[in-house]
Design a binder for this molecule. Structure first.
Ligand SMILES: *Cc1c(COP(=O)(O)O)cnc(C)c1O
Length: 390
């Protein structure tokens, strides 16, 4: 007998509760739709969650990256290093400011930027060649920023941590201290996204976190057209109405309505993280004696936030298609950024980063979201085992 199924299972999905809906409705009925009190609350609570001094809420994760690049004065002369296995926005923010993107290949064991290759790249160029680095906590796996910071200090680089996949992730540093992704202890700035597939959903939304007051002040100004009303920062003051546009900024604000949703979601962050960990454990267990390859990293010092659960399998397309036939919509993260037609027009070529390109051939992100039921997950596992054989 064949089992028929009514499942339709995506790789990621938001989790909206009645409390979330109430929070949005309350804000709709309050005095501010944008630039209201929920933004401050979201910022304060998010900074508290990741352990940073400051947080700046913005319209989306890409705007967060752009503001960071602007605050760090990225320009036509800048050269910035990032990984090819990320969402294009991690690199695009440098292009927005006219800078050059330099990729460094990944470590096949983790799919994160390879810190040895990074060091080789830095060593083989005169000091001062590069301005900064954007490490990405891909999948939710935290980059060892203590090591990145050491290199950054030696070579005079700033760090923007792209932590879109990793709110709630952390690593243990050499002093045995827990370092939350985005806490600003080793990076100058960190960014997050609240797109519906991410840990915390606000529809569209993003956040920058930092411990640097100067950068914080710049971000606040750049988020609203480069305008300030802060009496301490004004060059003149004509009265209560007076403001100055001091530099060219943008409108990258998040509406209060969405910040209210963010606050409500954030209050369940730990509960939702727990669900992700349980799902990951069940997959780990189910695939441990199969030909599916796992990532290798020290589990006692790195806490994976599991935005994605990625497996590597030789016949990736076969499995992807087979799952689709069964209404399981696995996804591929990511097509290497340097192979995108746009980046090829800038001189990057296929073949430049063999580990990233190899990884791309075999990677597949399985359904991973807090409301995935055990029954649904068992169905996913059953279909995968059917395909790969035991
Ligand atoms: C989602 C994401 C972004 C962009 O965030 P948006 O809110 O969609 O603009 C940037 N970097 C990474 C790694 C992401 O996953």
């Amino acid at each position: 007998m064949t089992t028929t199924t009514t499942f339709s299972i995506p790789y990621g999905k938001q989790n909206i509760t009645q409390d979330d809906i109430n929070a949005v409705v309350e804000t709709l009925q309050a005095d501010f739709l944008t630039q209201g009190p929920k933004i401050d609350e979201f910022e304060t609570k998010f900074a508290d969650y990741v352990g940073s001094k400051y947080a700046v809420a913005v319209s989306n994760g890409t705007a967060a990256l752009h503001l960071c690049a602007l605050a760090l004065n990225v320009n036509e002369k800048s050269k910035v290093i990032t990984t090819p296995i990320t969402f294009a926005a991690s690199a695009n923010c440098i292009k927005y400011c006219g800078g050059e993107v330099i990729f460094a290949d990944i470590d096949p064991k983790t799919a994160l930027i390879d810190l040895e290759k990074l060091e080789e790249l830095l060593k083989s160029n005169p000091k001062g060649t590069f301005d900064g680095i954007i490490p990405v906590d891909f999948m939710g796996l935290p980059v060892d920023l203590e090591k990145v910071k050491k290199l950054a200090e030696e070579y005079g680089l700033w760090i923007i941590e792209d932590a879109c996949h990793a709110p709630g992730g952390y690593f243990i540093d050499s002093k045995n201290k827990k370092q939350n992704c985005g806490n600003g202890n080793y990076a100058d700035l960190a960014i997050f996204s609240f797109h519906p597939v991410k840990h915390i959903a606000s529809g569209e939304g993003g956040m920058v976190t930092t411990n640097d007051k100067n950068l914080y002040d710049k971000l606040i100004k750049l988020r609203t057209h480069g305008i300030t009303k802060n009496p301490d920062l004004l060059q003149e003051n004509h009265g209560g109405w007076y403001y100055e546009m001091q530099e060219l900024g943008y409108n990258y604000r998040i509406p209060d309505i969405l910040a209210a949703l963010g606050v409500s979601q954030l209050s369940r962050a730990e509960e939702m993280m727990q669900k992700r960990q349980e799902i990951a454990k069940r997959y780990d267990e189910a695939f441990k004696d199969t030909k599916i390859q796992f990532f290798q990293y020290p589990k006692d010092s790195i806490f994976h936030a599991y935005h994605l659960y990625v497996i590597q399998i030789e016949d990736r397309k076969g499995l992807y298609d087979y799952l689709r036939e069964n209404n399981i919509f696995a996804q591929v993260h990511y097509i290497p950024v340097h192979t995108m037609p746009y980046y090829q027009t800038l001189g990057h070529k296929k073949g430049d980063f063999p580990s990233a390109e190899n990884y791309y051939k075999s990677c597949l992100s399985l359904p991973m979201y807090p409301t995935l039921t055990e029954e649904e997950q068992n169905f996913v596992i059953e279909k995968i085992l059917e395909f790969v054989g035991k």
